[in-house]
Design a protein around this ligand. Sequence first.
Ligand SMILES: [Mg+2]
Length: 229
Amino acid sequence: MTSYPYLLFDADNTLFCFDEANVHAFRAVCDAFGLPFSQELFDRYEVINNATWERFDRGELTKDETVLERFRAFFAAEGIRGLDPAECNRVHLEDLGRATYLMPHAAEVIAKLREAHHIYLITNAVESVQRGRLGRSALAPYVEEAFISETAGAAKPSVEYFDYVFAHIDGITKENCLVIGDSLTSDIQGANNYGLPCCWYNPKRLLRPAALRVDYEIRDLRELYDIVK
Ligand SMILES: [Mg+2]
């Protein structure tokens, strides 16, 4: 009998390779609107994209404003005229929703763990993107439910978000589940806030923070076999 029958996986950069999907989606915008794609152009977009999402995190912009403002600010910085941020965002989200790049070993690990565990996704994301991506991915048959922040009306790391998750899983307790994720600020912080066991997926070998409880740390998803057996 496993000690963690309920596994709560983050999606982006834990099971799905968001970094790869993000470049692909930006390239799709370039292709659709006649911009010459280059890594340098993407890197400059990413600086503005990340800065705009930080404004969202600070509560200065709503999500709907953020996804438009990132393109508006990018076009302004590049001197690009005549493109509609809303159209660019639509193409971007559509492409993200089609992207099903997985992290190394994600498919085999999820299929194997499903034999003796319940598999759930806990993700801060746009509903349409996450549903589209999950539905098309190799993981779909193994995931019992995806809890998407936009639907929950709250996001990791808030207690309200985990209240929503717990209200929708029969039999889960704060002792019999394990949160698995790459993000210290949403996954591990969320598990700390709610008092849940947590496993930090840290393939980039970042420095472990002193201020957070990290019960397990892995570099490779296959290390989960021993942790949850
Ligand atoms: Mg993540």
